[in-house]
Design a protein around this ligand. Structure first.
Ligand SMILES: [Mg+2]
Length: 225
C-alpha cells in the first residue's frame, strides 16, 4: 500500500515549478520565501484537515488565505486556487523510479492517501499509474485520516489482507511509516532526501528506510515477500 504525494507523485517539485509561474502571473514575488510560505500554509491547512477541523474545500481555501495573510471570500479564494491548479496540473510528474518499480514488483498494490479521492484518481490517471492499484482509499472516504490506525486498517480490509501481510510505503516518517508500524503493518519510510545527504534522521525500531524505490524489491524479498 502506498502514499501518493512525494512518494509516487513529485508533488513538491511539480508545485515549485507551477508556483513560480503562478506568482509571476499574480504579480507576486516568485521567490524562495514565497514558495516556503505557500508550503507552510499548505502544511497547516492539511494538518487541520487531518485533525478533522476542516472539510477538504475549507482546507483548500485555508491554503490560499494562510498564504496571502488575508481572508478572501470563497468565490475569490476558489478562483485564485483554480488559476494556480491549472498551472500545477501542467507541471505534474512522477518520480523517475516509480513506473519501473511498480511494473517489476510481483505484489498487489493499493493507495492510502490523505488527499481526496477525486484528486488522486486524476493524478494517478494523468501520470499513467492508475492501473497498478486495485484499491484507492483517500481521507475523504475515511472516518479518520493517517496517522490514525483505523485508516491503515481500512486499507488492509479493502485489500482483504491482514495488516502484517501489508507493507506501507510513504515519504513521511511519522504519518506514514511509524503510523503504519503502529497499526500492525510493515512501515517503510521512503527517505528521498537521504540520497542527497541533507538529512540524518535515526530510524525508529521496526521501521524500514529506503532512499529510493530501487531498494524496495530487495527489502520486500528480505521481509519474506
Ligand atoms: Mg506523502
Amino acid at each position: 500500500m502506498w502514499d501518493v504525494d512525494d512518494t509516487l507523485f513529485d508533488f513538491s517539485g511539480s508545485d515549485r515549478r507551477a508556483l513560480s509561474r503562478h506568482f509571476q502571473a499574480e504579480g507576486l514575488p516568485a521567490s524562495a520565501a514565497s514558495v516556503e510560505r505557500w508550503q507552510q500554509a499548505t502544511e497547516i491547512a492539511y494538518g487541520r484537515l487531518a485533525a478533522g477541523e476542516l472539510t477538504y474545500e475549507q482546507c483548500q481555501r485555508q491554503r490560499v488565505n494562510g498564504f496571502l495573510g488575508r481572508t478572501l471570500d470563497d468565490v475569490e479564494a476558489d478562483a485564485w486556487l483554480r488559476r494556480y491548479t491549472a498551472l500545477f496540473e501542467r507541471a505534474w510528474t512522477a518520480f523517475p523510479d516509480v513506473t519501473a518499480t511498480l511494473a517489476a514488483l510481483p505484489y498487489r498494490h493499493g493507495i492510502l492517501s490523505n488527499s481526496s479521492t477525486v484528486h488522486q484518481e486524476r493524478r494517478l490517471t494523468a501520470l499513467g499509474l492508475r492501473h497498478h492499484f486495485e484499491v484507492l482509499l483517500c481521507a475523504d472516504r475515511l472516518a479518520r485520516a493517517k496517522p490514525d490506525p483505523s485508516a491503515f486498517l481500512a486499507g488492509c480490509r479493502a485489500l482483504g489482507l491482514p495488516p502484517d501481510a501489508v507493507a506501507y510505503v510513504g515519504d513521511q516518517l511519522d504519518t506514514d511509516a511509524v503510523a503504519a508500524r503502529d497499526a500492525g503493518l510493515v512501515g517503510i519510510w521512503l527517505d528521498r532526501a537521504r540520497a542527497t545527504g541533507t538529512t540524518i534522521v535515526p530510524v525508529p525500531a521496526g521501521v524500514h528506510r529506503i532512499s529510493d524505490l530501487a531498494g524496495l524489491p530487495r527489502l520486500l524479498a528480505t521481509l519474506g515477500g
